[in-house]
Write a protein that binds this ligand. Structure first.
Ligand code: C2E
Ligand code: CA
Ligand code: CA
Ligand code: CA
Length: 287
């Protein structure tokens, strides 16, 4: 065990738990943060694609783009290890723009194949700092043009807190994007603070129910009722709804019964490298 106990410096006979691995973790994160800009310039980021399915029939209808860092020393790093650091130092703008361009370009190529015709959209995560950076809307326009992609093929996933803070400017940008046909999804829905009356006015199209709600639907009647309420809420507000983190057939069955139209999760597929998506498309789409 790496834990040790050190005396608190307040003279009292109390003790504070102190983990020696905390220090090395901090140093490691500082190092990662310091190399993010360089890593973006060096092309060390790659995109994985997770299938999003229509729950009735489990056809693939879309793909969520999820970034990974191919670190030359530490190997493949997931976004939970670096996205917050990239938000801190602004590298998220370069990384996010890379994901946008790369995912749209790749998606356009798939759409151009017979097997890819059934794909409706690629869904891309946009962090608050990236969205707020002046010129974001222009970057989306440029990325669509460079990829030869239609705006209807693009879904942008944002968080509730972004839509709630600086609402005026953010909402104007959201309205502009939607006027082209781009759709807006609220990611991790249910974990934030949207009030219902606000939600009714928000310029958004899709709610993604956070995985934490799905985890417990088999064991908790309350959790099940909450998910059911979100599905009904979405229908009332004429929003599409996607359940995240579907891992078991039982999850799928329950969500179908609740009338949830779309989902994603390991049951249907993990985030895949592009070559494996091509194989999946040839075998699984539109069956
Ligand atoms: P998210 O947007 O909520 O994405 C879903 C996460 O859950 C992904 O983790 C995905 O791999 C994972 N997941 C999907 N299905 C299942 C399942 O059935 N079970 C479990 N246990 N996990 C599942 P990932 O790829 O590690 O991404 C983590 C988070 O990092 C994402 O959460 C998103 O907030 C952020 N992220 C990923 N890519 C980008 C990006 O390009 N830009 C920004 N700004 N954030 C990104
Ligand atoms: Ca997401
Ligand atoms: Ca999510
Ligand atoms: Ca999440």
């Amino acid at each position: 065990d790496l834990a040790m106990y050190v005396a608190k410096g307040d003279g009292k006979n109390s003790w504070r738990r102190y983990r020696t691995d905390v220090h090395s973790g901090v140093v490691e994160r500082l190092e990662l943060r310091a190399s993010l800009h360089e890593a973006a310039a060096a092309g060390q980021f790659v995109v994985r694609y997770q299938p999003m399915v229509e729950l009735d029939g489990a056809h693939v209808v879309g793909l969520e783009a999820l970034v990974r860092w191919e670190h030359p020393v530490r190997g493949l790093l997931g976004p939970d290890q670096f996205i917050d650091l990239a938000e801190e130092n602004g590298a998220i703008v370069a990384i996010g723009n890379f994901v946008l361009r790369e995912a749209l370009r790749t998606f356009s190529a798939w759409r151009g194949t017979a097997a890819g015709q059934a794909l409706r959209y690629v869904s891309i995560n946009v962090s608050a700092r990236q969205f707020r950076t002046p010129g974001f809307v222009d970057q989306v326009r440029d990325a669509l043009a460079a990829a030869g992609a239609r705006p209807e093929w693009l879904v942008l996933e944002i968080t509730e807190s972004l839509v709630l803070r600086d609402a005026e400017k953010v909402w104007a940008d959201l309205r502009e994007l939607r006027s082209w046909g781009v759709r807006i999804a609220i990611d991790d829905f249910g974990t934030g603070y949207s009030s219902l009356s606000y939600l009714r006015q928000m310029p958004v199209d899709i709610l993604k129910i956070d995985k934490s709600f799905i985890d417990d639907i088999l064991h908790s009647a309350e959790q099940l009722a909450l998910v059911e309420a979100i599905v009904h809420l979405a229908r009332t507000l004429k929003l599409a709804v996607v359940a995240e983190g579907i891992e078991y057939q039982e999850h799928h069955d329950v969500l179908l019964r609740l009338g949830c139209p779309y989902g994603q999760g390991y049951l249907f597929g993990r985030p895949l490298p592009p070559a494996e998506v091509s194989v999946l498309l040839a075998t699984a789409v539109g069956v």
